[in-house]
Design a protein around this ligand. Structure first.
Ligand code: NDP
Length: 449
């Protein structure tokens, strides 16, 4: 795909590439945002003078630390921990922690960079950050997970704080891991500082709906995109990749709103179940027993498991990538379009390559980029911080209503910005410009820091 940028933006991008060698995903995330910003610089030349874009592309701070731990055989294991505080113009650094063997500084920086704009779009007072480790939780015992989380937090705790940096979960980090991380933070700091982590257990400071929020929010965003096209989710045939936290709650909300999900996956393969995915079974396999999605087929003779399969080959009307970055390549996008897909809602972060995005936009699909579509998770994290600060605990209905309102607001502001900048229906440009303007104005107000 040919990316056209002004000479000024080209130069900024070239510098990002040369200052951050080998960080392909970070370059991709930066390029995607820069590509939308030409008209903003024309309209607001002061941002060029203040070099706001160059400053946003440079993390405020980044830590890499050793995470030593002992496995169940008593052997010493060593992993690498990362935390990037990317931008605090709107609030404390906020963003998840990912445990996956593919984690590197470049991956954390791409996620942290995206997080700046996503968090700005929520309208809450949160800056952008991200962290993680190349630790692989697969096949580890509960004790190993606990020891690893304790060592990870020992390295990280001194950099955190409810007004400084507030991590949450991401791939490989769910309620169990947040519990161990919080326990160690409490022990190290001698403080019961609830607001230092989000995604906590309901019952000890967690917010209702946080577990469901990213998935539910993505579906609400999709509902709004369809509404703008006078369409609904009712009866739509959907694919949802992955079978983790985000995927499970996308499926749940889709089923509640009358859509039919016929396939989901994990990193080993795809389950196709034309009668509709049995969500209680997926929850049991993944959330309770921590098994592979292949086992789903043992319980449903009508379901088909395709080892190493590509979920995007299955004909559908709506696709929800909810596993990982760059999982939809150009060919997958073309296949989805050929098979009649009319809309894509990104639950995962940056799951579509730039070439894939180009195809979706060219074909006129309703395409909801992750920055806008999956912001419900972090928005509910901010609500968790709000409840912690006021020592309050909201009901499920109240919290979900607020989440729904936030997703509608994100949709409408992104859509209005796209229209204002002459690209109606282009949620990519709308999200990038709207998020950027909020951060840029705050940075301008705070002076050169
Ligand atoms: P989980 O760890 O709960 O689930 C991840 C799912 O995706 C699993 O089914 C996993 O399969 C699959 N997966 C992960 N990596 C790969 C890969 N390289 N190839 C194929 N499949 C893969 O994570 P989440 O559901 O929390 O996160 C999913 C996505 O959503 C990520 O992009 C994350 O950044 C994004 N996100 C998450 C938020 C949250 O609140 N949790 C908020 C906003 C975005 P397997 O088990 O086989 O690895």
């Amino acid at each position: 795909m040919e990316i056209m940028m002004s000479a000024q933006l080209e130069e900024i991008y070239r510098q990002v590439q040369s200052k951050n060698p080998g960080e392909g995903e970070f370059h991709q995330a930066v390029q995607e945002v820069l590509h939308s910003l030409g008209p903003v610089l024309t309209r607001y030349p002061e941002f060029s003078e203040l070099r706001i874009i160059e400053r946003i592309c440079e993390p405020e701070r980044q830590f890499i630390f050793r995470v030593p731990w002992q496995d169940d055989q008593g052997r010493v294991q060593i992993n690498r921990g990362f935390r990037v505080g990317f931008n605090s113009a709107l609030g404390p650094y906020k963003g998840g922690i990912r445990f996956h063997p593919s984690v590197s500084l470049g991956i954390i920086k791409f996620l942290g960079f995206e997080q700046i704009f996503k968090n700005a779009l929520t309208g809450m007072s949160i800056g952008g950050g991200k962290g993680g480790s190349d630790f692989d939780p697969k096949g580890k015992s509960n004790h190993e997970i606990m020891r690893f989380c304790q060592s990870f937090m020992t390295g990280l705790a001194r950099h955190l704080g409810e007004h400084t940096d507030v991590p949450a979960g991401d791939i490989g980090v769910g309620g169990r891991e947040i519990g161990y991380l919080f326990g160690q933070y409490k022990r190290l700091t001698n403080r019961y500082e609830l607001g230092v982590l989000t995604g906590k257990g309901v019952g000890w400071g967690g917010s209702r709906v946080r577990t469901e929020a990213t998935g539910y929010g993505t579906v609400y965003f999709m509902r709004e995109m369809l509404k703008a096209r006078r369409d609904t989710l009712e009866g739509k045939i959907c694919l949802v990749s992955g079978s983790g936290n985000v995927a499970i709650y996308i499926i749940e909300k889709l089923q509640q709103l009358g859509a039919k999900v016929i396939a989901c996956s994990d990193s080993n393969g795809v389950i196709v179940h034309e009668q509709g995915i049995d969500l209680s079974l997926v929850k049991r396999l993944k959330e309770v027993e921590r098994r592979r999605i292949a086992d789903y087929a043992h319980y449903h003779p009508n379901a088909r498991y395709v080892a190493g399969g590509n979920i995007w080959e299955i004909p559908c009307q709506i696709a929800f990538p909810a596993a990982t970055q760059n999982e939809i390549q150009e060919n997958d996008a073309l296949m989805l379009i050929r098979n009649g897909c009319v809309a894509v809602g990104e639950g995962a972060n940056m799951p579509t390559t730039p070439e894939g995005v180009h195809q979706f936009l060219q074909a006129g699909l309703a395409y909801g980029p992750s920055k806008a579509a999956n912001g419900g998770g972090v928005a509910t994290s901010a609500m968790e911080m709000q409840q912690n600060a006021s020592r309050d605990f909201w009901s499920f209905e109240f919290t979900e209503k607020k989440l729904e309102e936030i997703m509608i607001r994100i949709h409408d502001s992104v859509s209005e910005t796209a229209e204002e900048f002459g690209v109606p229906g282009n949620y990519v440009v709308g999200a990038n410009i709207h998020g950027f303007l909020k951060v840029a104005r705050a940075m301008e107000a705070h002076g050169l820091i």
